[in-house]
Every structure is written in C-alpha cells, then in structure tokens.
Design a binder for this molecule. Structure first.
Ligand code: GLA
Length: 741
C-alpha cells in the first residue's frame, strides 16, 4: 500500500517512488497539510504542522484548538474554506439557505483501497490494473449546510504522480450553491519558487514562460469556454536553483477542457498556497438535496530531476493512464491532410489525385478537411449541415472513400460538431439551439455561433448526423475541430439560478458526445483540434490520443510551440505536419528536410499539395517516410529530453533548438538539432542526457564511437559538425542516431 493512515498520530501518508505527501486530522477535525516533497521514510510527520499564533482575533476565537492557539489563518490547510477563519484564497465556498458563505468542513471518516475510481461524466486518469495505484477518500462535513465533501487522492506506485479531485453531496433538506470548488490545493512552506506556465495565442500556443513568486496573488486562467490557446491548464513551481535536469519541481495539470484557474497566494508567513480547478469567476452550481457534484481531477507530479523528469512522468502517465482505445499505443498512420493544399476549394478528383501521389510516397491516410458538407465553399457558412456536398464530391462520400481506399490509403474526415453558422439549414430550422442571452446581441466569431451543448436534443441531432456520415463509408479517423470561444453564455432550457452552470454543463455535454462517438465507432482515431491547439489539454486526450498542435505549421515557429507542449504532453499527442514553403502563416522559407525533422517529433504527417512537389522533394518525402518507420519506436516509446530551449536561445551566438529521445533500455538515441539563426566562427557543444555512461554508442551514419560518459559530459562538437565544415545556415537541421554496442 502506498497510502497509510497512522491512527495514533492521525496522519495520512501517501508515497510514490520518489515523493511523499502527508496531512493530518487536528483534534478539532480540521485537515492540516504537513508535507509534499521528496520521499521520506519516517512515519512521524506530525511535528511539521504549522501552528502559529495569529494576531487576527476573529480567527483565534473562532478556532481555538485544544493544543493551544491554532489559527486557521496561519495554519497550512489541506482544503481551505471560505469565511470561517482563514482569510487567504479558498478552495471551497458554499452558500447555504442563510445566504451566507461561511463554510467549515471537519473530518468525518475515510477509506483507503487499491486502484482508482473514475469521475462520473468527466475525463480522468485511470489504472490498467488495481496494483498501479492506491486511493484515499476523506469525507468531511459542514454541519450547517449539510455539505458532505469527499477529498479523493490517488497515489501511483510506479510514477511520481498523485491525483486529487473533490465531490460535494447535499445531505441536507434544502438546496445550496457551490460558488467555488477547486480540485487541489497545496500550502507549500515557503515562496522560493519560479512559476512556470504555458502561455500563448492563436498560432503561437504554449510558449514556456517563467516568473518568480511574489507576495500576494498571482495566477493564470481561462474564461473562453476552452482551456485556451492563451493559458494551458498547467503550472509548475520550480524551487530556486532548479535546471532542466535537476532540482525540485512540482507540476499541476488539470484534466479539464473548459474555464480553469490557477490561483497562487503568498501570505505574510511566506507560505505559498496553490489552488487549481474550475474558474470560480464563471462558475456556480445549484445542488438540490441528495444531489452530488464532482470536480475535475488535478494531476500533481513531483520531480527531483528538474523540469525534464516532471515532463517524462506526465508523458508516461498521459500516454498509458489517460489516453484510451485502439490507438493509445498503436502506431499512427502517416497522414496527408488537404487543408493547406486546397482549403475549401476541392472536389473528389482533386482529393483522389492527392491520394494517388501519397500512396506512391508511402503516406498512409488521406484526411479530408473542412469544406465537404452542406454549401460550404468558403469558411463562412453551413456549419451544422453535416451531409455531403455532392456537387463537390460527385458520387457521394462512399464513392470517394472507396476510390481512396482503392489506391491504398485509409480515409479520415473533418467535423466541427459544436458550431453552427447563421447561414446554415440547421440555424434556419433551430435558431434557438445556440448559446445566447435573451435580448442581447450574439457575438459572431469566424462567421459562426456556438451550439448549446448542454442540451440533449442538440447533442442527439449532431450525433445522428455524424453517425450517418461515419456509418456510410469506411472512415477511420475524425478531426474534431472547434474554432471560436464561447460568449453570451446562456442556455434557453435552464432557469435563471442555473445559468452559472452553463460553462461546465457545456463541457460535460461535449465529453458525453465524444464518449458516445468513440463507443459507437471504437476503432476510430479521433484527433482533436481547436483553431489549432486551443484545447490541447489532458481532458481532450482522454477521448483523442492526438491533438492538432497549432495552426502555425512553420517549422521554426513549431520549435517553440512543440518545446512548450512537450513540457506536459508526450510526442504521440502532438500532431505535426510538413507544410509548404514559403509557409502559409509566416511566409518563411525553410528547407524540406528541416520541416520533416521538426514534424517527426510528433504524430507525423503532411499538409501540402503532393501533386505539386518536385522530384527532389518527392525523394525527400520517401526518405522521411522511411525515417518515420525507422525511428518510430525510439521517438514514441522513448524518454524525451529537451536540450536547447529555442526561446531562451534567441539572442545568443547561434540560436537553435535541440531535443533527444532515448529508448527505455538506453540502447538507442535520436538527437535532433535545428538552427534558427546562424552566426560565424562559433563553437558549440551539445551535451546529451539520459544515456548509460558505461555504454559505447555508435553513430550509425559515420560509425564513430563515443562512450555515454563522453556524450553526456563533453558532448558533440557542432563547430565541426555542420554541413560545410562547421558552417550552419538558417533553418538547417541535423539528426544523429546512435546505437549502443
Ligand atoms: C481550423 C483548424 C485547421 C483547419 C481549419 C478548417 O483552423 O485548426 O487545421 O481544419 O480550421 O477550417
């Protein structure tokens, strides 16, 4: 058992291979946080409780503990509540029938068991066998409101991951309102941390940014109805002195695809309180007697091997304990997507011509993107009308899929199920099916409104339309897109007191629809997308094992985007395509080889008009396809190391990016180095990571041998390794492949 309860000390201790998490029950039934950090063997952690006399008398008189003066305002708390003695930001706020928010929960009971429960209606990590993890549920009650609050913890036995979520049940005979409910909270004892998070915008998602914790409030959030391009639902606190491969790092990642918040408060004792969960600003939940509400799950990862070890834990957990279905570990097909080749301007012959060329080059699946349905000849109409446009696809969808299959390719298709265009038959038939606030003008985004996915009738309609298409031909892949944010968030079917529930109900509706789809078509490869990577989050990975990383397909821009994405998400999750040069988003020209090397570190494919390639480019595609098969195992199943940060590398002599994959047995290594902007007379060494120092590694291209110790301590000399005696050009890339003797 990795979770134990010490009855005498009233201490819960959760252990993972390299971390320990502990809290206790105080004599008055408060849960006090004791420790989260590197593994410690000791059982007696009770002495770590923080009992400080507070000068705030209200807190003193409210909770005078039998052990002396304990103020909730100064203690490190396990799940802090609003308005009953603790003045810092709170995790839980319940407004009962009195209309007041003072919330006070005390320990009632607990249970510890093997395995891990799911969360009803929500995505969550899971165990493949019950031996992988142990779970603790601590039940607390608020005697005034009748709220029964269950804190759920799961500690994994083979990974340094602890998950947390919360359930609230109304055991009283009157309704109450949940006004804030965070999924996790940790009171760390000091503020000596840098906060790392993934910031961005459309076409520039998930750039790693850092700032030191300061006194007071800080944090990130989304109010867009998605996890968002702008802030990923992830934050890490890295203890001062950390590096990419050393030091203490605490990761927090929320398995949720809608409005979230990370709230961090550093108080007067330098305690850092971290809260993560549903964004309280756009949330409220009305709970009738007997009803229960479940929060999404937070995955906390502790690393004492820097940011890199934290990432590798998330990669393993999300690949093997979050992604599901046939495609979880299966080799993904190499895709040709027609979006940047044709946009909406295509017909069946054009697609078949691309498929024929793809087949000759070894590409495995054609994905027909936006523009195949209703009257969609431009991207401003017809969303909601999910029936094939037979003027474009003459002979219908089955005839097209059969033709593509006949040339040897699988077939995939694009949908944007949550949207509706004002210029669509669906809107003309059901103008009331959108999210809207009566009497207020509806904002438009990319010529579309958002369907009210809280409604069963709306979801049923979309599901039936999708099933009709998917059932009519051999379609093996769906790209599920989502291209605007939610505004005027109101639902026609909910009463006024439940309108604050709409954001959460919306995402529950989306999850339900995705679940139905993958149950109905269990062999389908589902790829998520949201105007690129606007919903690149663990919640979506539960339904779709890969996500379109960004609408920016420029390889140089992708260096930063993929670097940031890899902080949390494994290569198998990152869909990455070779596109045309000059690039359609930036106009930049990049060598074909480099575009391939960059896309190769994700779920690989192409997004250009294959019928227009030169012979030289065709030969390069063949080489890349061969490389994909040759290196697939080490890239997708190996450990990932970030060696040069492209963001921080800017402004140095040669700006570049480099990353490395090492097989689990450390016998195979693949290193990729890409120059962003070159400079003259520069010597640069690149030191590898994660090798066995004792092993001898052979460069499979040159036959040169290096010890693992040499590659890790001195590294490769890039000053003599460039194509032309150490000279590197802008955008040039190189891949090294080593096999241990
Ligand atoms: C979004 C996606 C693109 C493409 C277009 C189609 O922007 O991210 O990949 O599918 O929609 O309209």
């Amino acid at each position: 058992m990795s979770i134990i309860y010490n009855e005498q000390l009233k201490v819960f201790k959760l252990d993972t291979p390299n971390s320990t998490y502990a809290f206790k029950i105080s004599p008055m039934g408060f849960l006090l946080h004791l420790y989260y950090g590197a593994y410690v063997p000791d059982a007696d952690l009770d002495y770590l409780r923080q009992y400080i006399r507070a000068s705030t008398t209200s807190a003193l008189t409210a909770h005078e503990d039998v052990e002396g003066y304990m103020s909730l305002d100064t203690a490190r708390l396990e799940y802090p509540c609003e308005g009953a003695g603790d003045m810092r930001i709170s995790a839980l706020s319940i407004r009962g029938k009195s209309g007041c928010n003072a919330t006070d929960i005390r320990y009632k009971s607990h249970k510890i068991y093997k395995g891990k429960p799911g969360i009803k209606g929500l995505p969550a990590t899971y165990v493949n066998t019950d031996d992988e993890a142990d779970t603790l549920e601590v039940v607390c009650t608020d005697c005034l409101t009748g709220a029964e609050v269950t804190l759920v913890y799961t500690a994994f036995n083979n990974l340094d991951a602890i998950t947390r979520s919360v359930r609230v049940k109304n055991t009283s005979d009157s309704a109450f309102e949940i006004e804030r409910i965070h999924s996790t909270t940790v009171d760390l004892p000091d503020m000596d941390f840098e906060m790392l998070h993934l910031q961005g915008r459309w076409a520039k998602e998930r750039t790693l940014v850092k700032r030191h914790l300061e006194f007071g409030l800080q944090g990130i959030h989304s109010k867009r109805g998605t996890s968002s391009h702008h802030n990923n639902p992830f934050v890490a606190l890295a203890r001062d002195g950390y590096t990419e491969e050393s030091g203490e790092v605490y990761g927090f990642s929320l398995v949720y695809s809608s409005n979230f918040a990370v709230e961090i408060e550093v108080d007067f004792f330098r305690t850092s309180r971290v809260l993560m969960g549903i964004n309280p600003e756009t949330f409220g939940w009305h709970l009738e007697p007997g009803e229960e509400f479940s929060s999404p799950e937070v995955v906390m990862v502790y690393s004492n091997g820097g940011v890199g070890a934290m990432s590798r834990t998330y990669h393993k957990l999300y690949r093997y304990n979050l992604c599901r279905g046939d495609w979880k570990c299966a080799k993904r097909p190499i895709i040709i997507n027609n979006w940047e080749a044709t946009y909406c301007d295509f017909n069946d012959d054009k697609l078949v011509a691309i498929a024929e060329e793809a087949a000759k080059l070894g590409i495995e699946m054609l994905v027909m993107d936006d523009g195949w349905f209703g009257t969609r000849n431009t991207d401003d109409c017809a969303l909601g009308d999910w029936y094939v446009n037979e003027n474009k696809l003459r002979g219908g969808i089955k005839s097209l899929v059969d033709r593509v299959n006949a040339v040897g390719l699988k077939f995939g298709i694009w949908f944007e199920p949550e949207m509706i265009c004002p210029d669509s038959q669906l809107y003309r038939d059901h103008p009331d099916w959108c999210l809207k606030v009566e009497g207020r003008e509806m904002s438009i985004g990319r010529s579309q409104y958002v369907l009210d996915m809280t409604r069963q009738d709306v979801r049923d309609n979309i599901f039936e339309q999708m099933c009709k298409v998917l059932g009519s031909a051999n379609i093996e892949y769906v790209k599920w897109d989502f291209n605007r944010n939610l505004t005027e968030v109101g639902s026609a079917l909910l009463p006024p007191e439940r309108q604050k529930e709409v954001f959460h109900r919306y995402v529950l509706g989306v999850y339900e629809l995705m679940e139905r789809l993958i149950n109905k078509f269990p062999h389908l490869l589902l790829e998520n997308c949201a105007g690129g990577g606007g919903r690149f989050d663990p919640g979506m990975l539960y339904y779709s094992p890969q996500i379109w990383t960004s609408d920016d397909t420029d390889a140089m821009e992708r260096l930063e985007i993929q670097y940031g994405t890899s902080i949390v998400y494994p290569p198998s999750a990152m869909s990455a395509h070779v596109s045309a040069s000059p690039n359609h988003q930036t106009g930049r020209e990049t060598p074909f080889k480099t575009r391939g090397d960059v896309a190769m570190s994700g779920s690989f494919g192409y997004e250009l008009d294959l019928t227009k390639l030169t012979d030289e480019e065709r030969a390069l595609v063949r080489e890349q396809v061969a490389a994909y098969h040759k290196y697939y195992d080490v890239i997708q199943n190996g450990d990932y190391y970030r060696l040069i940060n492209p963001t921080e590398s800017k402004g140095t002599m040669i700006s570049a990016s480099a990353w490395e994959s090492v097989s689990q047995d450390k016998n195979e290594v693949l290193l990729t180095y890409v120059v962003i902007r070159t400079a003259v007379a520069v010597s640069r060494y690149i030191r590898l990571c994660g090798l066995d120092p004792e092993k001898i590694y052979v460069d499979t291209e040159t036959g040169r041998e290096y010890s693992g110790a040499l590659l890790m301590n001195a590294g490769l000399n890039l000053g003599i390794a460039g194509a032309n005696g150490g000279k590197w050009s802008d955008g040039e890339s190189r891949v090294w492949h080593f096999i241990a003797k």
